[in-house]
Design a protein around this ligand. Structure first.
Ligand code: KG4
Length: 343
């Protein structure tokens, strides 16, 4: 029996999960509301909140799972990429906890975790998972990548953003409209009531499977400035149409490259992962592609779109089977040290 405790603290969610033989027993997450007032994650405040949350979150995860500490086989933790101060809290806790129990530690790449979220099984639930190789569109606030997944540890980035991530573009456009943070869920809600053809924003012309979202962000900002000059209440009058048009542009950009990659590589199993995979327009586009192109699509449950420790436990389970443990001196890896699943 393999029982893994997993810790995730790469950004602004403190999360702990317990998994036994690949079946999730608990997944507890404390989200940090403190950042809303600042329109973005404030790293120092995030580290402090992790510090406060980590012990109660782990305690709750163990209690919910009905697992005692001495039943744990290993402690898995997110080593990076992420905010250094945030990661340090989870990494240090994992080291102390594993050392005190005398069990091995397993380091997990956060992005690999997002992709492997598709393999999480829950008691009494019907489970579908992609078979290898499959393509995964990984879209979050920090990443936009097309990943060819050959196995849980063999992942190749075939395309990625050369500037902003899709989630970052959505959040920034929401901010310039004065709609609040994080923009993703707000834009999603407004877009459902708007006309996606109302406005047109620039789309990048980039070779290969890479993405670019900075041009779209600038085009959105310049158009908005002009419109607001002519009508100071423009955003209020058109926010639904603006949100729907922005969402459509981003989804079109994402799906065009993904479609091309799937065609060229001859792959029909296509998954989506990361925070932006919660987006209704993107989810619908996946379902539409399944109908039109015969894709078998994998869309994560909402709870596994944003940061969570269940996905870290999943990778931890695979690594435990391979006895892929890490030494006590393994440091946390921030943004610059390690940026992608393929490394
Ligand atoms: O993966 P994630 O939780 O954090 C990291 O970036 O690591 O992703 C957060 C991103 C934010 O940009 C947020 O606005 C976006 O995911 N997001 C959404 C939705 N929910 C979250 N974007 C579009 N539609 C949503 N429903």
């Amino acid at each position: 029996m393999v029982t893994i405790l997993a810790i995730e603290s790469s950004c602004d969610d403190t999360s702990a999960a317990v998994m036994r033989d690949g079946v999730l027993l608990s997944n507890v997450t404390a989200s940090q509301l403190v950042h809303e007032a600042y329109g973005g994650v404030v790293p120092e405040l995030a580290s402090r909140a992790h510090q406060k949350n980590i012990v109660p979150v782990v305690d709750q995860a163990l209690k919910k799972a009905g697992v005692s500490r001495d039943e744990l086989s290993a402690v898995a933790f997110t080593r990076g990429p992420g905010l250094m101060g945030s990661l340090l809290v989870g990494v240090s806790f994992a080291k102390g906890f594993a050392a005190s129990l005398g069990v091995p530690m397993i380091e997990v790449n956060h992005l690999q975790g997002h992709i492997m979220a598709h393999f999480i099984r829950e008691e009494g639930e019907e489970h579908r998972e992609p078979s290898f190789p499959f393509l995964c569109l990984l879209v979050s606030g920090g990443n936009s990548q097309i990943v060819l997944v050959r196995s849980y540890k063999d992942m190749e980035i075939v395309g990625q953003t050369i500037d902003d991530a899709a989630g970052e573009a959505i959040d920034k456009c929401s901010k310039v409209m004065g709609l609040g943070y994080p923009g993703g869920p707000i834009i999603d809600r407004l877009a459902r009531q708007g006309n996606p053809e109302a406005f047109e924003f620039s789309k990048p012309q980039i070779a290969g499977y890479d993405y670019s979202f900075s041009g779209l962000k600038t085009s959105f900002l310049y158009h908005l400035r002009e419109w607001v000059q002519a009508d100071p209440d423009f955003v209020e009058h058109h926010k639904e149409d603006l949100a729907a048009s922005l969402e459509k542009t981003i989804v079109d950009i994402l799906m065009k490259k993904l479609r091309q990659a799937a065609k060229d590589l001859g792959i029909k199993q296509v998954a989506v992962a990361g925070g932006v995979s919660a987006n209704t327009g993107l989810r619908n586009a996946f379902l539409d592609h399944a109908r039109r192109y015969g894709w078998e699509v994998f869309i994560p449950k909402f709870g596994y779109t944003t940061d969570n420790a269940a996905m870290i436990a999943m990778v931890g389970t695979y690594k435990f089977r391979d006895k892929d443990f890490c030494p006590m001196e393994a440091p946390a890896l921030g943004e610059c040290d390690e940026g992608s699943v393929g490394e």
